[in-house]
Ligand binder design. Sequence first.
Ligand code: PLP
Length: 394
Amino acid sequence: MQLASRMSRLGTESAFEVLARAKALQAQGKSIVNLGIGSPDFRTPENIVEAGRKALANGYHFYTPAKGILELREAVAEDCWKYRHVRVDPNNVMIVPGGKPTMYFAISMFGEPGAEIMYPNPGFPIYESLIHYTGATPVPIELRESSGFSFSADEVLAKITPRTRMIVVNTPANPTGGVIRKAELDKLVAGLEKWPDVVVLSDEIYSRMLYDGEEHVSLYAYESIRDRVILLDGWSKTFSMTGWRLGYGVWPASLIAHAERLQINSTSCPSAPVQVAGIEALRGPQDAVAMMMKAFNERRQVIVKGLNEIPGISCVTPKGAFYAFPNITGTGIPSKQLEVKLLNEAGVAILSGTAFGAMGEGYLRFSYAASLDEIREALKRMKDCLATAGVPSR
Ligand SMILES: Cc1ncc(COP(=O)(O)O)c(C=O)c1O
């Protein structure tokens, strides 16, 4: 067999590999605390499950329009109005199976050899993987702990060249929990006026997961660039629906037909009963979302405090999503090595910062989408493991 050469350029999301390794260790009888995967640990709210059940009973067994059921696209448009204060034409919304397809479609629409695509580093690993896959050159936007893992718009703008096709922005962010400051977004948008051909993929999948009174600033809300912003969001995180596979993209009018064609060439359409459940998620009661966020906030405080009490570790307080991204340079242990050590010796599954790009060296990612007991146990095991390894106390 001769595989296409692009297959050798495709990366992965190692959260799935760590999950498999953790499950294998569990199957051998080892006790594992899993803070590795970015999946909320709550069941999907019952009203949403019931809507999905009813849809199955009521005959939603067939293809839907490729862009998704109109009522769901209308519900997405209402949602954009409610949370982003932007009027969206439901015709420009495309429902997809999860957050990832919008990413895949957008990057494959613009990536090719000779093109440059900018992406956050450390950042969700699929951006860099897909950019490489298309043959385009990935240009990292470095996110630094010293600025709360926000970015400098001046730095981003300085890296744009005539070959730049797209900039990927993710706020609130995986893996850092960082939020890009409004002042930097304002500056970026103003600077983009000089580059009218540069498209923005705005990954806002954690847009409703913010703490400490932070408000989401959507790049989609800036009118001057709206005709070239692809907005990515979905149900996975907000409604704890990672296994249902439901997401959406809001596309510029000039791109929606291309996106639809990619959908027809790949998935045809998202699952029909799942789309009906998605309508209930957006239009039904939102108290379960508030309950989950309250729990995440409590866990966030426990994990950040606990991490800061471990010798060799320091952790800034994340402002969004459900990840803590502690600096581990004080341990003297490289990130990947510490990831493996914690899993094998302490039974704690977390991810090396390098799973999110080269600039994640010196960090680990903890997903605090787990119970307080599990979080406390993971912290205790980590502290003991590092003490055994001889990491000196401060
Ligand atoms: C930043 C970011 N975007 C997109 C996704 C993909 O979401 P989904 O699981 O709905 O495909 C994730 C999942 O972890 C994510 O962290």
